[in-house]
Design a protein around this ligand. Structure first.
Ligand SMILES: [Zn+2]
Length: 76
């Protein structure tokens, strides 16, 4: 049983202890919607070391996927 299981409650508690803000641009929850990004792409791996906080914009950036909002102009 080597796998570490961090409950979502533990993560939320951590977020309360440390003011949540986007790792990339520093945006806080008051300035934009924050997302929990799973670094290894496994959304069930809730180990704290696997989770990084990004705002919506930086999170989309990180995943570099097809834009969900077609009305957002692309700059290239
Ligand atoms: Zn950001």
């Amino acid at each position: 049983m080597a796998r570490k299981d961090f409950s979502i409650q533990a993560i939320l508690k951590r977020l309360v202890d440390t003011p949540a803000k986007c790792k990339k641009c520093g945006k806080t929850a008051l300035q934009g919607k924050l997302n929990l990004h799973h670094q290894d792409g496994d959304s069930s791996n809730n180990d704290w070391t696997n989770i990084v906080i990004y705002c919506d914009g930086c999170h989309n950036d990180k995943h570099d996927t097809i834009p969900k909002h077609r009305d957002e102009p692309r700059s290239h």
